[in-house]
Design a protein around this ligand. Structure first.
Ligand code: IMP
Ligand code: MG
Length: 175
């Protein structure tokens, strides 16, 4: 049986998201900013983040598909839902739920750079070091995590638990 253990409470998350929004607002003031949310995991994080930003910006979404199971990305990645706006000359901030192996962000960063934006930055809620394979450096990191599989606040396990306001680590329970 699986058990959940509270990792980051909604209060702690809200405080950290506000801090990230403050930094982004300071760093990108005066730029033509577009935030790109990576579906589905980042939808709640993005929704909270934009409501704390104090600079004008637009929002767009991409969805990535990777072959393999729901929890492990295999490295074979495609864009299954592309942007609907032109990012040429814009200050792009990718907003992602979690970086694990780094494959998804390495792929997306490279794809977006080909469209000649002024800059491409990454804002990630959770930077997980355990399985990193690609060198990806996020510019804005909510929480750094050594290991574990986590759910809640947009993050899922087989499409479940996204709605939970707090973030939990999934543990194998005792029999
Ligand atoms: P990466 O390409 O391995 O960095 O994969 C990142 C993606 O894998 C994230 O956007 C999530 O969709 C998923 N993922 C990785 N670790 C977790 C986790 O602990 N909980 C939920 N989803 C995860
Ligand atoms: Mg994701």
């Amino acid at each position: 049986m699986k058990e959940k253990e509270l990792l980051y409470s909604q209060e702690v998350i809200a405080e950290r998201v506000r801090e990230l929004a403050d930094r982004i607002s300071r760093d990108l003031e005066g730029k033509d900013v577009v935030l790109i949310g990576v579906l589905k995991g980042a939808f709640i994080f993005l929704a909270d983040l934009v409501r704390s930003l104090t600079i004008p910006h637009t929002v767009d979404f991409v969805r990535l598909a990777s072959y393999g199971s729901g929890t492990v990305s295999s490295g074979e990645i495609t864009i299954s839902k592309d942007l609907e706006t032109d990012i040429e000359g814009k200050a792009v901030v990718i907003v992602e739920d979690i970086i694990d192996t780094g494959e998804s962000m390495a792929f997306l960063q490279e794809r977006l750079r080909k469209r000649n934006p002024a800059s491409v930055q990454i804002c990630v809620l959770i930077d997980k070091a355990e399985r990193r394979e690609k060198t990806v450096t996020a510019d804005y990191v909510g929480f750094a995590l050594d290991e574990g599989f986590i759910v809640g606040y947009g993050l899922d396990f087989d499409e479940r638990f996204r709605f939970l306001p707090d973030i939990y680590e999934i543990k194998e329970g005792k029999q």
